[in-house]
Design a protein around this ligand. Structure first.
Ligand code: GAR
Length: 194
């Protein structure tokens, strides 16, 4: 295996909108020698995102664009990606939909983590819908991003058993734990073909 140091790691941008537990996990992963990524940029669609505190804590360059004016925000984002030589974007709780134009223009890889066993439960409020439908299992998926919502090629999934006592918040917690393991594994799979 190639020995990785800070300078030959894949320059990565993480896009967030909220708490940023996946961001924190990816930052901690990036510090490991065996990790193929270096996080060089954080993009938030929300100026109040708690996850922005990790940018400050770990001194990572960060940009905030509200994505309400999608064209302008995406164009500014693309400029930042270029300036920072980014070749991987990890969406991590990013609650905005990137336009087909953005996806076409960015020449690197875009990955997303979604809290369901895709292709089931695309979109929002997954845990509530899963519980309403009395599913026995749920989980999470890391997939490539294409122009259709939550529909790109699946890289890896983790399954979680739902107990009768689960609420949407307990299920969210259980699944987040798996998300953190899964995102690391999926990145290794993409770059080391494990
Ligand atoms: C995670 O569960 C992630 O899978 C989900 O938002 C949460 C963000 O948590 N993403 C989506 O629903 C995207 N459609 P975090 O901010 O603590 O990483």
């Amino acid at each position: 295996m190639v020995k990785l140091n800070g300078s030959n790691k894949i320059k990565t941008a993480v896009f967030i909108s909220g708490t940023g537990s996946n961001l924190k996990n990816l930052i901690q992963f990036s510090f490991l020698n065996k990790s193929p990524i270096k996080i060089s940029l954080i993009v938030s669609s929300n100026k109040r995102a708690k996850g922005l505190s990790f940018a400050d804590k770990y001194k990572i360059n960060r940009k905030i664009y509200d994505f309400n004016n999608k064209k302008k925000s995406e164009s500014l984002t693309l400029k930042q990606l270029k300036m920072n030589n980014i070749s991987l974007i990890c969406l991590a709780g990013f609650m905005k939909i990137l336009s087909p134009n953005f996806i076409k223009k960015f020449k690197g890889i875009i990955l997303n983590i979604h809290p369901s066993l895709l292709p089931k439960y695309k979109g929002l409020n997954t845990h509530t819908r899963v519980l309403q439908n009395k599913e026995k299992y749920s989980g999470c998926t890391v997939h490539y991003v294409n122009s259709k919502l939550d529909s790109g090629k699946i890289i890896l999934q983790a399954k979680v058993k739902i107990s009768k006592k689960d609420t949407s918040s307990s299920l969210k917690k259980k699944i987040l734990k798996q998300e953190h393991l899964l995102y690391r594994k999926a990145i290794k799979k993409v770059f080391f073909s494990l």
